[in-house]
Ligand binder design. Sequence first.
Ligand code: SF4
Ligand code: SF4
Length: 469
Amino acid sequence: MPEQPSSLYSDWKKIYPRYQTGFFRRLRWSLVAFFLGLYYLLPVVRWQRAEGLPDQAVLFDLPARKFYMFDIVIWPQDIFLLAIVLIAAALALFFMTALAGRIFCGYMCFQTVWTDLFLYVEKFFEGNRKQRIKLDSEGWSLRKFFIKVAKHIVWIIIGIATGVAFVFYFVDAPTMFWQFMDGTAPGPAWFTLFFITITTYIMAGIAREQVCIYMCPYARFQGAMFDEDSLIIAYHPELGEPRESNRRIRENSKTKTGLCIDCNACVTVCPTGIDIRNGQQYECITCGACIDACDTVKDRMNMKKKLIRYTSMREIQGEKTQWFRPRILIYGALLTIFIGGISIYLAIKSPLSLNVIKHRQPIYIMQSDGSIQNNFTIRILNMYPKARTFSLEVAGLPNVSLSVVAVDDFDSQKRPLITVPSGAVMTFTLFLKQQKNSIESGSKPITFLLRATDNSDDTFSYDSKFMRP
Ligand code: SF4
Ligand code: SF4
């Protein structure tokens, strides 16, 4: 008989992680509560802003191309910040991975957080690992049908809540809530809600560990950020081996046995279905469930030694973990620079943008009375939370007159007064004329000055040139 070629694909086997209490489970629940609370509640938090501005604390206002985050407002011209924030996020991930391995996967990744919640719902309806395996292996009955339907309904409700919260980040949350309620929400909102509901349901309810093992690119390239001092979760074979499950043999054996009683507790709790005793595996998301499982077994047996724990490859080899090493310092320094840069930029960012463009056609105009005129376009963006009025003047050029097209309001010194509403960009054409008796030849540097007319000292300037024959 010809030999059958072996398949390159293995069948998907459903994993039934056993629910395990312990220190790392408590830590993960705290983080799940924190991240889910943050995600679901942030868009409903109100924030006091000037009249006419949204009162939502966090809002991605796509039509206005503005991002509100408490007192910080990101404008379209700050969009480069997005790239810097993404680089800073990547650096934070590199730093975290070099320092503590896949700690992000185990405790912070949205896939892990939502999967934890979905698994808890599954346990609530179907029971712990043994009951779930039993339920799935038995035939369909009314009881099984109701249990399964109830579980999927709760999963879908969580998916809908996730989708609704996601939409809330882009629109006024209370308005959209009532629009969802009375069915008048716009099409894109319904589509986003449907898309997020379905992806949450599939990723956290059905695909689960498959996302971490096969879909997530981070699992593949994180090895490049690891070194022998990075934190990992490892089984200590020098303590555990040779493992022996039979108590009588363990206690009476003349040959020495290890501390591992081969109870499989560490395997049954693993959400990715691996056996950590087989060594480091890329499927391990360092969730700590196997530590809790083994510690519980060891506590029951009154054993102080930890067979599975957070450690590093260097520590396994009997040396001390080096925390301060070049890659940690470099990632840390770069991260500090990026976060510092973003913070300084946001702190000193001017709430007004002034731009003056010199007209080049013609470069200057010789008037019949011998004066020289230059034309400019002035563009003012007011990012203050209120309308502001400014007087406009020019410094650096004697004997000039300044007129702004469509502005016929002047202060006591005959300077044009320009009012710009909050959040508006206004563009004007302006004529700058120098009288004949003051004219010298060549170009002359000048400065446009916008001075606030309220009691503040706010002044904004823009350097340009006045062109002459
Ligand atoms: S081996 Fe342990 S730490 Fe790694 S994923 Fe499984 S249970 Fe979590
Ligand atoms: S939980 Fe601990 S004792 Fe049990 S099999 Fe795993 S390593 Fe061995």
